[in-house]
Design a binder for this molecule. Structure first.
Ligand SMILES: *Cc1c(COP(=O)(O)O)cnc(C)c1O
Length: 382
């Protein structure tokens, strides 16, 4: 039996290592030129006016909520089929996290369910492009305009994805878009995140909040400067800065993004063809959606001879470290205790959770490993 095959992992080459070493030998480890360069190149890549790089995707979501002035008394609607951070960001700023159930077909937030969750208090929508497949952004944007809501896209799965004639991150249908550079995501900085926006005002707020709310920009000072050392803390911000070491890695990784996405899509294509006859619901790509395939999720049908739990254990025993994405967020003890959610609140998401499993998918997966995964899955389910 070969070595374990994880569900996802980073791809690091010589260029990445050299880029990091170069920063280590230089003058600035943080708040130096690489941060701005990464922000500029990233924003260019996705077609947004501005980018603000931060210490994680979670920090990016939190800052986006703060910059949008979401707070106590507000409600924020997101998907239950996501990582907890997509909802936690609302709670961080004192708002209520609300969930809208998902579409059975795609696993993405269902726009009909969003409508059902709207109240007088709804302030923002946080659609999550689950697995890298874009949500129905046109309808989400229409709902937001009709009700005067902020839209923050959680695109932590969706760097390199496209929707209609737009690129995810260009904020055509949203106020801000958030990305993560955790090692399992499309590009990595170890830990890291980015917010893109086309709003100068949000851009300035995000930069201020990332750095304790401190500004050295004389043009926005309340008081006269005391001298060259002078700065003002104008808001209660945080230290959500990212280092130059990380941004040098990010820049080097960004050069490979197209290759990474292409490879992920090729592997997904091979899985689609090879697993088509099994009792599985395979990923779909509706008209107008171009997935960046952060995850390759399959759902076991009732007719399969084993259930998902058994399937998971059998794969593990054969060294295929499949994962489950996700346990619905509303079922977490914190959400049940603090916000009153219960099992059965979002039946489509819960059914999805019962059936879903993520097969290994990452750019460094070898042809041999792909074959192994396919052979094992076929053996177990055929
Ligand atoms: C990874 C992820 C996050 C959080 O990103 P971190 O960089 O790990 O903080 C948020 N939302 C989704 C959907 C994610 O996949």
């Amino acid at each position: 039996m070969g070595k374990p095959i994880p569900y996802g992992r980073q791809y690091i080459d010589k260029d990445d290592i050299e880029a990091v070493v170069k920063v280590l030998k230089g003058d600035y480890l943080t708040t130096g030129p690489y941060v701005q360069e990464f922000e500029k190149r990233f924003a260019q890549k996705v077609g947004a006016k501005y980018g603000v790089a931060v210490s994680s995707g979670t920090a990016a979501l939190h800052l986006a909520c703060m910059a949008a002035a979401i707070g106590p008394g507000d409600e924020v609607i997101t998907s239950p089929m996501t990582f907890a951070a997509s909802a936690n960001c609302a709670a961080y700023v004192g708002a209520k996290p609300v969930f809208a159930d998902i579409e059975r077909l795609t696993g993405n937030i269902d726009v009909v369910e969003i409508e059902k969750q709207l109240t007088e208090k709804t302030r923002a929508l946080i659609p999550v492009h689950y697995t890298g497949l874009p949500c129905d952004m046109e309808t989400i944007n229409q709902i937001a305009r009709r009700h005067n809501l902020i839209v923050i896209e959680d695109a932590c799965h969706a760097l390199g994805a496209r929707y209609r004639d737009t690129v995810i991150g260009d904020c055509t249908y949203s106020d801000m878009t958030v990305f993560s550079f955790h090692p399992v995501k499309h590009i990595t900085t170890g830990e890291g995140g980015m917010i893109t926006t086309n709003s100068k005002e949000l851009f300035e707020k995000l930069k201020l909040l990332r750095n304790h709310g401190i500004s050295r920009d004389e043009s926005i000072f309340d008081y006269d400067s005391h001298g060259p050392w002078y700065y003002e803390m104008q808001e209660l911000g945080l230290n959500y800065r990212i280092t130059d070491i990380q941004c040098a890695l990010g820049l080097s990784q960004l050069n490979k993004l197209e290759r990474f996405v292409k490879k992920r899509r090729e592997i997904a294509q091979i899985y689609n063809q090879s697993l088509a006859d099994l009792p599985l619901d395979l990923p779909v790509e509706p008209e107008g959606c171009y997935s960046s395939y952060h995850l390759y999720t399959v759902k076991l049908r009732d007719i399969a001879k084993i259930d998902r739990n058994k399937f998971y254990h059998v794969l593990r025993a054969k060294n295929i470290l499949a994962q489950v994405h996700y346990i619905p967020v509303h079922t977490m003890p914190y959400y049940q205790r603090e916000w009153g959610y219960r099992w059965n609140d979002y039946p489509v998401a819960e059914d999805h959770y019962k059936r879903v499993i993520s097969l290994p998918l990452y750019p460094g997966l070898s042809d041999n490993e792909i074959d192994t995964v396919i052979q094992v899955v076929k053996e177990v389910l055929a």
